[in-house]
Write a protein that binds this ligand. Structure first.
Ligand SMILES: O=C(O)CCC(=O)C(=O)O
Ligand SMILES: [Fe+2]
Length: 280
């Protein structure tokens, strides 16, 4: 019995190392149920009502929803529910959890003037912390997620060294920055959208993209180094998913009291950092 368990542990770890990604079923189904309740409360009107409004207004509604989601302490519930998988991937290390969670919401592309999903990236694009490459992203569908709008990724790209992946900041004038929906500290920015996006120039073949096929009541754990994104919504309904980061404790020498995604400042008390599960 013990041997079977150890074998299973190692298969998860091997799969994660090989593919940079594992997909598993939630033990605790109440997590998705409770998230659906909050989403349905905040998005009561018709699809077209939300699809017609300006992106800025839409993201403000979504941010209010995200704030209510914070209160559910999803990280804690996730840690309790998925303890076995976390132990397999982290072995003897302790997982630290990002203190904020992100509502990964994208409207259908056909109604919008611009692509609303985050472009191709890995997390080192938007963080200066050396340890970020050791992180694990959690991402899971809540509502209306299917192969036409799920997160996309480039298989095996987590194995490509960061030096090889050439990226460039999108050129933006001061005015464009000031008027951007995603500008610093905006609702969009606090939902994980980036205020100065980067584009991949070379180092990885973006034509190899695959959708993450994550069935209902399942979640993905993927390496922060796996190239992912550009998941424009080709379905007719708004896509709702949730995401947050996990970091093995030993990779962080000192938890600095500043924001890991630079989306909040010290003055407000919603600082986003990695914390042990009892501090969430
Ligand atoms: O949901 C998306 O489109 C992007 C998600 C993402 O970049 C992440 O979870 O790290
Ligand atoms: Fe990401």
């Amino acid at each position: 019995m013990k041997n079977t368990k150890n074998y299973l542990k190692n298969t998860k770890l091997n799969e994660f190392k090989n593919n940079g990604l594992i997909i598993s079923r939630f033990k605790d189904k109440s997590i998705i149920k409770d998230l659906n309740k909050i989403i349905n409360k905040h998005f009561k009107k018709s699809e077209s009502f939300y699809c017609k409004m300006p992106l800025k207004k839409f993201r403000e509604i979504a941010f209010r929803c995200q704030k209510e989601i914070f209160k559910l302490k999803i990280q804690k519930r996730f840690a309790d529910s998925e303890e076995d998988n976390l132990k397999s991937l982290l072995q003897n290390d302790v997982p630290l959890f990002e203190s904020l969670v992100f509502l990964r919401i994208v409207r259908p592309l056909k109604n919008s003037r611009e692509a609303e999903a985050i472009d191709w990236h890995r997390e080192t694009f938007y963080s200066n912390h050396k340890y970020i490459k050791h992180g694990i992203n959690v991402w899971f569908p809540i509502k209306n997620v299917n192969l036409k709008n799920t997160l996309k990724y480039i298989p095996f790209s987590h194995k490509v060294s960061d030096r090889k992946i050439k990226r460039r900041k999108i050129r933006m004038t001061k005015d464009q920055k000031l008027n951007s929906v995603n500008k610093k500290f905006s609702a969009s920015h606090k939902m994980g959208f980036v205020y100065h996006p980067k584009k991949i120039i070379s180092g990885v073949n973006l034509n190899k993209a695959k959708p993450m096929n994550i069935p209902k009541d399942n979640y993905a754990l993927f390496s922060t180094m796996l190239i992912h994104g550009n998941s424009q919504n080709l379905h007719s309904k708004i896509r709702f998913a949730l995401g947050f980061g996990i970091m093995p404790k030993s990779k962080i020498r000192k938890i600095k009291k500043f924001d890991i995604r630079r989306m909040t400042n010290k003055k407000n008390n919603t600082l986003n950092s990695y914390a042990s599960i009892n501090q969430i």
